[in-house]
Design a protein around this ligand. Sequence first.
Ligand code: MN
Length: 565
Amino acid sequence: MTPVWVEKLPKESIVHKAYDFAEEAHKNEKRLDGEPYFSHCLAVAKSVFDWNLGETAVAAALLHDVVEDTSYSLKDIEKTFGPEIASLVNGLTKLTSVSYPQNADTETLRRFIISFTKDLRVLIIKLADRLHNMETLKALPPERQKRFAEETIEIYAPLAYRLGMQKLSGDLEDLAFPYIYPEEYAWLKGEIGANYVERQEYSQKVVPIIEKALKGQNINLIKIDSRAKRYYSLYKKLIRYNMDLSRIYDLVALRVIVKTIGDCYAALGVVHQIWQPVPNRFKDYIARPKPNGYRSLHTTVFGPENKIVEIQIRTEEMHQEDELGIAAHWAYQQVRNTDKKQNWTGIKNANEMTWMEQLRNWQNSFGNEKDFLESLKVDFFKDRIFVLTPENDIIDLPTGATPVDFAYRIHSDIGDECVGAKVNGKIETLDYELQTRDVIEIITQKNKKPSEDWLRFVKTPLARKQIKEALNAGNRRLKKKITGQQMEMEIINSDRPGYLKDVTAAFGEMKINISYLQSHTDQRGALSKVVVRIGILSTEKIQKLLVRLKKIVGTREVNYKISRP
Ligand code: MN
């Protein structure tokens, strides 16, 4: 039975031919769950189709396991389907058959996979393949399940994230989570289930209030979704919060989708007029997108009954990008018109461009989909080099970067105090042009200062900025030297006289020295935030301190993080 999406394609589409070919090639094979093997090929192709990757990629997805698993060779594929599809299938076959370097760290493995992927579509089809394998993981024996799941969380989910395919990345993590941490997963599911109904009811209270307010201000609202929190990301967050579920804000999380960027900011204003924002929780990823291209406004407010609600505001286009990442841009290619172009600006200089932005830019400069796809075959990562520290950490730099760029990337002090560099064991000048796979060791000298001359050859904005800063600081080097790590606590409270005194008393009672304390009050004077820095405490002592602080009248929440001075 040919599925509807295939049937709807034009008669002459290469997908039909690939469908028949793959079905025939795999006809005698079954998967471990007893399904015909071809069902896997079809599922992978459907994802690729849904991501709008084009018919060539859909055909390659259908054929992706033919060379690996059947008696047909790459030559056969090339004869029947031509060089482009053959080259995609070849990339996928190679990717399946490589043995990953043993005991390499996960970042190395990700790079390794990328290095096999000259055409980005290979990587995306591979992700579709992995998605379906994870969806059907039940059929595998337990040891293989665990290995597959770990690989997925450590390598494939981050790769998807890097391509801006956040939905896929989250789906992969959530599929892998129960196999890696079965007990934690069961616990979390139970906990969340318990207050699921309550949260649903609460969301249903909040949504109409926002809807009404937005309409009153003539904001073009498309829809409001209540967003299910993903299990794995929640679990990661819980680890940071001592497994205290009550401290996770975005259990009630809403996504407001509006028409234009202007509407986004207007909607934010409206939301902040109805409910008070939680200090320091607002993030403008529209003005400053995440490196993977993600855009949205995020805010957290005290909603009805003073409960915490996280709200994301975005346009439909941003929403689709969030789900599909770079694949979304193929889709837009067809529907975009010139007045939408404004959404693609904001790129400052080539060095600061993220990979995602580079892709977008390339896409804009090509007239049609075919040229864009063509451009992806050129090595996508050609503007980057990957060099190593003596400990084999991979550092990613723009082409033309020098040891000074490398030094600043490691740490500002190493940059400032850099006097020389060994590249692959040999002394090189500081303006030496680094190459992929170089191993770099920086030679430093205490209290050295950067030279103005370095500005002539450094390639990264980071190095440039820090050199200038160090030069401006001149002799009065205010930069504190490292004195060990510290803990920074952030205590949010409803302001009242004497609150600060009670906080300092709590630290005093527990014999904890405060090395820094600052208190901020928001514009309305109702909420304030106290920031306190202290030395590192044992987990036990942290727990006690948190309990003690929460007992103080007015404390709303306490967060902490480890900070380097
Ligand atoms: Mn496969």
